[in-house]
Design a protein around this ligand. Structure first.
Ligand code: KIV
Length: 265
């Protein structure tokens, strides 16, 4: 099977085929996702909370993200790998943005990058990255890197002004050349309106059923993370893993492990 590309995702929207996206931060998880036919893997800065024990995403660094993107890129040949640009890796200047986006592609094997925010804030940065030949995924709505400004993890786009602004922002990101747009925690009818207004695919998280695709933080959907309303738990792997770990502890203490079959003569 050929690699999914930014263009493939657009074709999927045109043919009304839903797009599947999940986060991954390591080799075995990404490998399994490829085996399961996932379209796109986002190496999200959500790794700060999901696997690093941080309170938010703000302290995640370029070097940490590069480490995770390398592991994921090494694991897969088909899904599109999107590297999430961490806080303060693109906000300073367009030069800083293109340099860091380039590192994700050249040093870590990603095929695209994602950054949070509007064209008003980051138009020049997005243009510089696109001019370098790197596809950019936009991200609007609840943008966790602005958490202090937003005042918490709240639904965005509830007022009429905020709704209209989000529709404008989405159109502007498309006009700049973004290949897809993440809509995070916005009302479902607003996501529907934006999805209908754009030619590029929308990828929703907490944005209802009308987006062209869906993304979840994998640790949330496997029972390791936050119990957020939008994050359906598909399996409680935390409990299953806990059972296995307890059994190991008990068997080592009792002498039941290792058995003869695990020992060498
Ligand atoms: O960092 C991340 O995982 C994300 C998704 C929640 C869209 O940005």
């Amino acid at each position: 099977m050929a690699r999914v590309t930014a263009l493939t995702l657009r074709e999927k929207k045109q043919s009304a085929e839903r797009i599947t996206v999940l986060t991954a931060y390591d080799f075995p998880t990404a490998q399994l996702m490829e085996e399961c036919g996932l379209d796109c893997i986002l190496v999200g800065d959500s790794c700060g909370q999901a696997v690093m024990g941080r309170a938010d995403t703000l302290s995640v660094t370029m070097e940490e993200m590069l480490h995770h993107v390398r592991m994921v890129s090494a694991a897969v040949h088909q899904p599109l790998v999107v590297a999430d640009m961490p806080f303060m890796s693109y906000q300073v200047s367009p030069e800083q943005a293109v340099t860091n986006a380039g590192r994700f592609v050249a040093e870590a094997g990603a095929q695209s990058v994602k950054l949070e925010g509007s064209a008003r804030g980051f138009g020049p940065a997005i243009e510089r990255i696109l001019n370098a030949g790197i596809p950019v995924m936009g991200h609007l709505g609840l943008t966790p890197q602005r958490i202090h400004q937003l005042g918490g993890y709240k639904v965005q786009g509830r007022s009429r002004d905020a709704r209209e602004q989000l529709v404008r922002d989405a159109r502007e990101l498309q006009a700049l050349g973004c290949f897809a747009l993440v809509l995070e925690v916005v009302p479902a009818d607003l996501a529907e309106e934006i999805t209908a207004a754009l030619d590029i695919p929308t990828i929703g998280i907490g944005a209802g059923p009308h987006c062209d695709g869906q993304v979840l933080v994998t640790h949330d959907m496997l029972g390791f993370g936050r119990r957020a309303k939008h994050a359906k738990v598909y399996a409680d792997l935390r409990s299953a893993m806990g059972e296995a770990l307890k059994e190991y502890v008990n068997e080592v203490k009792s002498g039941a492990f290792p058995g003869e079959e695990h020992s060498f003569s």
